[in-house]
Write a protein that binds this ligand. Structure first.
Ligand SMILES: *Cc1c(COP(=O)(O)O)cnc(C)c1O
Length: 343
């Protein structure tokens, strides 16, 4: 028995998902359209309040298709300095699209709209052209923080003044929805394109969606084809994604409660710090103040006890709650940490 707190990507498809996958009506999505993929795309577009949506294999591809659809080589993207598209997409912005980043610091994921305004390049032949603004919701590196809607709307306002599009990396937008009670379409309205992962808290084994307006989708479709992300009988996986959208969202509030509880209990242990007030969704960064245990050592000691956490930096491990971990796993995690830290 192991409990895997490394990420919400580790969730395995439920029995209902496996059944839906087995029974999915499929077709060649490239030639004629796959009916289950189409159903997923329609459902996602409806949920996000956009003209349409595209199914793609991963969140990284979703972001890269969207960013590439808005920009062209030499253009600059204004983006938060610790954004997933900057840190964790293998340099795709420059490698695939020839984009340059203008990174800004943030207050736990919230960019200062005035700093965004100031980062927009003046017209002229010397500067790069500012092409778009990219925001992230929830903000991963701030521990899944829900960036306030007013902040995102202010950034969109600045973007509008300069006729710039905004892409929202909404990998965990469903978590923002569950945590805030603000419907996904209201969040999505603060951006021109949105990407959402189906394979995280929503529990599908594979897949993401990108939503936007018709003109955007036309360009995005071309890029999806170019990157090899247009799949054939993809209804087999879209069926699980559809269930994730229909039913997986109901699990997220429990994930958030469990993350908060995990943070409360670990923060109470001497040698660990993870203030529970900072935990808004399902991600807990645990800072290790006990110098005997650098993160790799602590993670290895937990692994020996059947508990997995992600090494985030030399003194931080990450714990994420999801459908496949429960209260008894948090009990075990706390007990194991007490034993390891000899408390
Ligand atoms: C997980 C994640 C993605 C997509 O990652 P994949 O590994 O490609 O699914 C994008 N943005 C954020 C903020 C994420 O957490």
């Amino acid at each position: 028995m192991t409990a895997d707190f490394r990420s919400d990507t580790v969730t395995k498809p439920t029995a209902a998902m496996r059944r839906a996958m087995a029974e999915a009506e499929v077709g060649d999505d490239v030639l004629d359209g796959d009916p289950t993929v189409r159903a997923l795309e329609e459902r996602a577009a409806d949920w996000l309040g956009k003209d349409g949506a595209l199914f793609v294999p991963s969140g990284t591809m979703a972001n890269q298709v969207a960013l590439g659809a808005w920009a062209f080589p030499g253009v600059e993207v204004i983006v938060e300095e610790r954004a997933h598209v900057v840190l964790y997409e293998a340099g795709a912005l420059s490698a695939l699209h020839g984009l340059q980043t203008y990174t800004l610091p943030s207050d736990r994921g919230a960019l200062d709209p005035e700093a965004v305004r100031a980062a927009i390049r003046p017209e002229g032949i010397h500067s790069p052209r500012t092409g778009l603004i990219c925001v992230e919701q929830t903000h991963l590196e701030s521990g899944g923080r829900v960036v306030p809607l007013a902040n995102l709307e202010a950034i969109r306002g600045v973007a509008r003044e300069h006729a710039l599009p905004v892409h929202m990396d909404g990998a965990r937008l469903a978590n923002a929805e569950a945590a805030s009670g603000i419907p996904a379409n209201d969040w999505a309205a603060a951006a021109d394109s949105v990407s959402v992962c189906l394979s995280k808290g929503l529990g599908a084994p594979v897949g993401s969606v990108i939503a936007g307006d018709e003109a955007f989708l036309l360009r995005a479709k071309l890029l999806r084809k170019r990157l090899g992300g247009w799949m054939r009988q993809a209804g087999v996986i879209a069926a699980a994604g559809l269930l994730g959208l229909e039913e997986g969202r109901a699990n997220l509030e429990a994930d958030h409660r469990l993350a908060r509880e995990l943070a409360e209990r670990l923060h109470a242990l001497s040698g660990l710090s993870c203030p529970p007030d900072g935990v808004e969704t399902n991600i807990v960064f645990v800072k290790i103040e006990d110098e005997r245990f650098p993160a790799p050592l602590l993670a290895a000691a937990l692994e020996e006890r059947g508990l997995r956490v992600l090494i985030h930096s030399h003194d931080v491990v990450r714990c994420v709650t999801h459908r496949d971990v429960g209260p008894s796993d948090v009990d075990e995690l706390e007990a194991a940490l007490r034993a390891i830290l000899s408390l």
